[in-house]
Design a protein around this ligand. Structure first.
Ligand code: FES
Ligand SMILES: [Fe+2]
Length: 449
């Protein structure tokens, strides 16, 4: 397949000219979607789950990497494996459930069976003489994914072996995973039971952008902003930070290699509380363990995107969301309430209530965003030329005061910082550059073939 033509001109990225445009067709073209699935989602690291989702031998969950179903399970020895969720006989999905605990997975079609290490342990009526004589020599185990690694209990898998180590892939984005995991006295994260999966009729990159988009908050979520104002007026707000009195307030972002990015804000007075701060003893324990500087960053709003399919939003509560693109104009989202293992009942109660308030699809934010994605998808049909949605923050007047980078010990490839509510859009650029790099890598392979 010649992949040159559909990729031409999709991203106009000219930093010296202060230009960055993404073509509308990147969101609508089914051929581009197919390339994304093959050369991005099925060719790089994808988040597949938490180790704490499968704590015991034989626990499993199922999910997808790109278009391909996978079965993530812990075997009898406690090792975690990830396998394509497809029977070696005639491809039936071996496990049709989202989660559970089974020593064996028996294919529902003809009864072949696999153990929790992915080994085939039974082929129905194999010994009745009806299979070819050399059948025993065939490999009948489940297919393992090419690469499987964890960082702080977050499990990532790759269907391609041609990827860097997970540690290198995550790079400095690890510092922002650490800021979530280290809120736990035992350094582990878990999901509060009750994940929700839903779809929206729009391209997955709208979610990728939105998770880094501070600019939309006051307009898209205006009803929530009104509610926050009412709560502040009535004394119900429980905002908490640990900012110094002289800390410069503002909103910023860091871009990392491999498409990852984070946005964050510095406010001496938040309009909402924090689960971490709702338990004074727990807060004191964390402060003693991580120190003032990292506690300060823990209490700052942080929206982290790990390219291509993971976002962790740590605000009043914490949300982990992951998506499965279904077509150029349909995406499946799964949203979890993320929590530090071992937090106090008071903190957990606060976390769940705050998650319901803002993040849960029945809350005050998700439906707002989904409507905007679908409005965008409809708007792409207007062939009026390039959109202008990736330029905010390219102004050279915006810099990075203070020592944010050195405080965190990171070396971002790019950054931006502006006044409160700034909402720069340059933190989309690293994801789009990685998007283009992976597709161009595929272009080169196709050209060589
Ligand atoms: S397809 Fe699984 S046993 Fe036949
Ligand atoms: Fe939003």
């Amino acid at each position: 397949m010649n992949v040159h033509t559909p990729l031409d001109g999709l991203i106009d990225d000219r930093p010296s000219d202060k230009a960055f445009h993404v073509s509308r067709s990147a969101f609508t073209d089914p051929d581009i979607f197919d390339l994304e699935m093959k050369h991005i989602f099925e060719a790089t690291w994808s988040f597949v789950g938490l180790e704490t989702q499968i704590p015991r031998p034989h626990d499993y969950i199922t999910t997808f990497i790109g278009r391909q179903p996978v079965l993530l399970m812990r075997d009898g020895e406690g090792n975690i494996g990830c396998f394509l969720n497809t029977c070696r006989h005639r491809a039936t999905m071996v496990c049709p459930f989202k989660r559970g605990r089974q020593k064996f997975h028996v294919c529902r079609y003809h009864g072949w069976a696999y153990d929790s290490a992915g080994r085939n342990i039974s082929v129905t009526d194999k010994d009745d003489g009806q299979y070819p004589a050399d059948f025993d020599n065939a490999d009948r185990n489940l297919f393992p994914v090419a690469r499987l690694e964890s960082y702080r209990g977050l499990i990532f898998a790759s269907l391609s072996a041609d990827v860097p180590s997970l540690s290198d892939y995550l790079g400095d984005a690890r510092a922002f995973i650490d800021l979530v995991a280290d809120q736990s006295p035992v350094g582990q994260l878990e999901f509060v039971p009750g994940d929700i999966t839903y779809t929206f009729d729009a391209n997955w990159k709208l979610q990728f952008e939105n998770g880094l988009d501070y600019y939309h908050f006051n307009s898209t979520h205006s009803s929530y902003v009104d509610i926050l104002a009412q709560r502040t007026k009535s004394g119900d707000a429980t905002g908490f930070t640990s900012e110094r009195a002289d800390e410069v307030e503002g909103q910023g972002s860091f871009n990392f290699s491999n498409g990852h990015a984070v946005n964050w804000s510095i406010k001496r007075q938040m309009r909402y509380g924090r689960a971490l701060a709702s338990d004074p003893d727990g807060l004191a324990e964390v402060k003693a363990r991580v120190g003032d500087t990292r506690l300060k960053w823990m209490l700052r709003q942080r929206n982290l995107t790990i390219f291509p399919n993971l976002q962790i939003i740590d605000i009043s509560s914490a949300q982990l969301r992951t998506w499965r693109p279904l077509s150029a104009d349909k995406t499946e989202m799964t949203s979890h309430c993320l929590a530090p293992v071992g937090e106090s009942p008071a903190a957990r109660r606060f976390r769940i209530r705050a998650y319901e308030d803002f993040f849960n699809p029945s809350g005050l934010a998700t439906s707002d965003d989904n409507v905007m994605y679908e409005f965008c998808q409809t708007g792409y049909a207007a062939q009026a030329g390039d959109t202008l949605g990736h330029l905010r923050g390219l102004d050279p007047g915006i810099g990075l005061p203070g020592d944010h980078v050195s405080e965190l010990g990171i070396s971002p490839v790019d950054y931006a910082f502006g006044k409160p509510g700034f909402g720069g859009e340059t933190n989309f650029h690293s994801g789009y550059r990685e998007w283009r790099r992976l597709l161009q890598h595929a272009t080169g392979e196709a050209a060589d073939a």
